[in-house]
Write a protein that binds this ligand. Structure first.
Ligand SMILES: Cc1ncc(COP(=O)(O)O)c(C=O)c1O
Length: 485
């Protein structure tokens, strides 16, 4: 509503003699109203607009100022102007979760396997697994890097790159980790085959079968699968859709149970999308440090902030080497290359050994190609573009959900990454929806796979990393119908 009022204000200015910048502002406001630029989306930069409207840069700057005063657009530091999201009223968000307060032995996570297999099905609308469509990935540049490495480092590419892994890649990772607030040396990094392997190695090092692991609720199902496969028990901790794991509830859990480790995704969580506030991260690291409970931090979405501000990792508050930081390039550069890493803190030697006995090494060509890509400085440019794309996708899909899903549907508001967590009316059965949708070639992730105790029966997770088009919209319409039944 605020947006409409602002637009009318601009229109009323027509009555008096308009200045050039006011005309430009009016035309831009019209474009926003018609949906050329969507809420949350970046409008073109000053130079581009000055060319488009054939006016000076200072005229564009005045037009920006006017639109900002009218609360139609907002400036974001070092990034440009964005259409204000407040123009559109998003659906309500789910509330704090209340999982089962006792440790659970997990069984039956084969459904997650079914979900992964569905991604390979020809013609599938892939909204289930959190895998970016190739159109969002810099595949061409990565392939060029692979070819360069294969040509210039023939012998090395064909040899093992034993743990801790390629020094060039570890150097690049150490540099990038400064953005997450972590000052580490390349020697503190161990390269893994993706983040999933990183999580497995960490849990294997810090826990024994039968031990209790505290985790967020809902939880990324890959973590639950590892917990299950290692014979560990999961203790689901209440989690807030904007603030993440409840540090108070975790404290109570640690006091009540012999918790062996805590594992979580604090930045742009999967599935809820939140970014834990910095002081919560700090309190979490302090609490776990005090009780000598290692934290396994999964930061695989950390580079995908919609506002372009890379959040700090919980690891940045770690003074006792108690945090095992895990990540990978699967959500940004290439899931298929299988390159991830761990900064294991005091568990460095055990992690390197576990990596060695598990798979000897991560493919050398993949490691060197990612290092080559990073050395060329192309990563930040790519991130700027893809973060805007994901922000747009999430807005479009949330809008479609609010249009086509039953009344009372709630949706999270991620600040980064590319998944949304949708709470359907209570009687909806997401497992039934999953099977019915799959029969129509639409794959979603049903809520219970995100819980050790089968909770979240009326929730689904939708991956927004597929290009928005008519087919995507038709899938959302169909899912909305299924949710109504
Ligand atoms: C939170 C989280 N961690 C880890 C992974 C696995 O990452 P990788 O493909 O690098 O093994 C995923 C993939 O969906 C994820 O969402």
């Amino acid at each position: 509503m605020a947006g409409h009022r602002s637009y009318l204000c601009i229109k009323q200015q027509k009555i008096k003699m308009k200045k050039r910048y006011e005309e430009v502002a009016e035309r831009l406001a019209g474009q926003i109203e018609q949906g050329v630029y969507l809420p949350g989306e970046r409008i073109p930069g000053v130079r581009r607009l000055s060319k488009q409207f054939a006016v000076s840069i200072s005229t564009i700057m005045q037009a920006h100022q006017l639109l900002e005063d009218q609360r139609l657009i907002e400036a974001r530091p070092r990034s440009g102007y964005y259409v204000r999201t407040r123009l559109w009223q998003p659906p309500e968000q789910p509330t704090m979760t209340h999982p089962k307060p006792t440790p659970t032995a997990i069984t039956g996570h084969q459904l997650a396997m079914q979900l992964s297999q569905a991604t390979q099905q020809p013609g599938i609308m892939q909204l289930g697994a959190a895998i970016p469509d190739h159109s969002f990935l810099p595949t061409r540049a990565i392939n060029q890097a692979l070819m360069r490495v294969a040509r210039h480092q023939q012998q090395r590419s064909a040899s093992y790159e034993f743990p801790p892994g390629s020094i060039e890649l570890r150097q690049q990772i150490a540099r990038r980790m400064l953005d997450a607030g972590c000052q580490i040396a390349p020697s503190e990094v161990v390269i893994t085959s993706g983040c999933q392997e990183a999580l497995t190695l960490c849990l294997r090092v810090v826990a024994q079968p039968g031990d209790i692991i505290a985790l967020e609720s809902p939880t990324f199902y890959g973590q639950l699968q590892v917990v299950e496969s290692l014979g560990l028990k999961a203790l689901e901790i209440p989690t807030h859709p904007q603030e993440g794991i409840s540090v108070d509830a975790l404290k109570l859990a640690i006091e009540q149970w012999p918790v062996k480790a805590c594992i979580l995704v604090g930045n742009f969580n999967n599935p809820m999308g939140y970014c834990m506030p910095q002081n919560n991260k700090q309190a979490l690291v302090k609490l776990l440090g005090k009780h000598n409970v290692p934290l396994i931090e999964d930061d695989v979405y950390g580079d995908l902030a919609f506002d372009h501000n890379r959040p700090l990792a919980a690891k940045s508050y770690d003074r006792n080497s108690n945090v095992l930081y895990c990540s990978s390039f699967s959500k940004t550069l290439s899931p298929g290359l299988r390159v991830g890493w761990i900064v294991p803190g005091k568990y460095q030697e055990q992690i390197a050994y576990q990596k060695y006995i598990t798979s000897l090494a991560t493919p050398t060509l993949a490691q060197l190609a990612i290092a080559d890509f990073l050395q060329r400085g192309a990563y930040d440019r790519y991130l700027r573009q893809v973060r805007n794309q994901y922000a747009r996708q999430v807005t479009l899909i949330t809008q479609a959900i609010s249009k086509y899903f039953p009344e009372g549907t709630k949706v999270t508001r991620p600040k980064g990454g590319f998944v949304v967590w949708v709470e359907l009316p209570e009687k909806s059965d997401s497992l039934q929806i999953f099977h019915q949708a799959l029969a129509k070639n639409i794959c979603i992730a049903p809520g219970p796979i995100f819980s050790a105790s089968g909770k979240y029966r009326n929730f689904i997770r939708i991956s927004c990393a597929q290009p928005w088009d008519d087919r995507f919209e038709a899938a959302i319409i169909y899912l909305g119908k299924l949710a109504l039944q």
